[in-house]
Design a protein around this ligand. Structure first.
Ligand code: GAL
Length: 429
């Protein structure tokens, strides 16, 4: 059995307590022995450690403490946007038998490694117990289910990855119509060039994972939803000329980004749009909360549209929570999963997080205009899986893609499209 150091320590303390009480004659025969579980808690691991992400987690923890007042919420996570740094840290905790009770994981292929390595347990019974199969969309249940119909996590929300954010004042000042939509990446590049000529940062971006995020939207915007999905099920050839075009587009877009990209994460890249220091940014819709927090109004103060060439597609990812194998107190973790899946938990959390509830039975009028747009798009558009956020490929493949991206466009990047393409093809196996 795998036990956490935290819970092992708790047991040692409780055992010492029992021994002390026994030595004092406190627990005589026939009397109830003091419980070993004098205190219960749940250690929750996420990378939501700052800004609106932390606020979202705090709000969910508040709902939890209301719904389960006997159990303490313990924030057992780390910093690190996009989960890339956090995933390495989580992996070492899992390998060192020091796991959190529950951890944040993306629905989809990212779960495969954790299931294979036995780090997470099947929670399908909770779906029956809480009636979740009826309230989550079928597509999402499919993403969460293994081939043998088991489910290993509970989703808290659904995010859209293919969103482009823009500052309309910056666009207008440079003769670009803020209501313009880019049906293809070529048209977008023409406006990036215009902004560049005017001395404005055309496209803001951050460190490697945000670049992989851009890469996925460029693949989608160049190939279209069907061929993009084919990259993940083997029906689209990674070595094809269409993919070459997409990678050339990606390289061109990267050439219009800010120089300090390696030093910043998504919040700072988004802030460049908020502060009018850049014109465009492509990021998932957790970014909407940053605009809300800055009291900006959709339409007049900021623009949120599908990334170039991706209208009609919803590039999907869902945050979800596991129950770790071998923990001492699965009931407390079950209580956390109960809150995560509850209507109250999903409404409170998603109002802050900018995502849409995974549950379909919530009152939409509770949500912002942006979120109502996202709900509609999720219902009507082609659903494709996010590469950068664990829906499309297992952790090892994403790691290989990230490494290849770093070598391609990172500091001292080689910039050679054929090399990049062959590394991506190799990563796909
Ligand atoms: C994603 C995650 C989002 C958000 C984002 C930026 O992977 O699913 O909820 O946290 O990273 O940190």
């Amino acid at each position: 059995m795998r036990v956490t150091r935290r819970t092992t320590a708790a047991v040692a303390t409780a055992t010492a307590l029992v021994m002390t009480l026994a030595a004092c004659g406190g627990a005589s025969s026939g009397e109830a022995e003091p419980s070993l579980r004098t205190h219960t808690d749940v250690g929750v691991y996420t990378w939501w450690a700052a800004g609106v992400e932390k606020t979202g987690l705090d709000v969910l923890a508040e709902v939890f403490e209301r719904q389960h007042p006997d159990i303490e919420f313990v924030n057992d996570g780390v910093t690190g946007g996009g989960g890339s740094a956090a995933k390495d840290h989580l992996q070492s905790r899992l390998e060192n038998q020091d796991p959190p009770d529950t951890f944040l994981v993306h629905a989809g292929a990212e779960l495969e490694d954790y299931i294979r390595d036995g780090y997470v347990v099947d929670v399908s019974d909770l779906y029956k117990k809480y009636g979740l199969t009826d309230v989550f969309p079928e597509d999402l249940i499919d993403q969460l289910s293994t081939d043998d119909g088991k489910i290993y996590s509970v989703p808290s929300n659904i995010h859209r990855a293919n969103v482009m954010w823009a500052n309309p004042t910056v666009l207008e000042a440079n003769g670009i119509d803020p209501s313009a939509r880019y049906e293809n990446i070529g048209a977008f590049i023409a406006d990036l060039e215009k902004l560049d000529q005017a001395g404005v940062t055309p496209l803001s971006i951050g460190t490697t994972w945000t670049q992989v995020h851009l890469l996925e939207t460029v693949l989608l915007g160049t190939l279209g939803p069907q061929a993009y999905n084919g990259l993940w099920d083997g029906t689209t050839d990674w070595t094809s000329p269409e993919v070459t075009t997409a990678l050339e587009n990606f390289k061109t877009l990267m050439s219009y980004t800010n120089d300090n990209r390696e030093d910043i994460d998504w919040p700072d890249a988004t802030k460049m749009i908020i502060d009018g220091e850049a014109a465009f940014n492509i990021m998932g819709d957790w970014a909407v909360s940053a605009f809300d927090e800055a009291d900006m109004t959709l339409g007049s103060d900021y623009v949120a549209v599908p990334a170039p060439g991706t209208a009609g597609s919803f590039d999907f990812l869902a945050d979800s929570f596991t129950m770790t194998a071998g923990i001492l107190d699965p009931e407390s973790t079950e209580a956390w999963l109960d809150t995560v899946s509850s209507k109250e938990g999903q409404v409170a959390f998603n109002k802050i997080k900018g995502s849409i509830p995974a549950r379909t039975d919530v009152d939409r009028s509770e949500f912002t205009e942006y979120q109502r747009m996202a709900i509609k798009s999720f219902e009507e558009d082609a659903i494709v899986s996010s590469l950068a956020h664990g829906a499309a490929v297992p952790v090892a493949q994403l790691d290989a893609v990230s490494q290849a991206t770093l070598k391609f466009v990172g500091p001292d990047g080689h910039g050679d499209v054929p090399t990049f393409q062959s590394q991506l093809a190799a990563a796909a196996g």
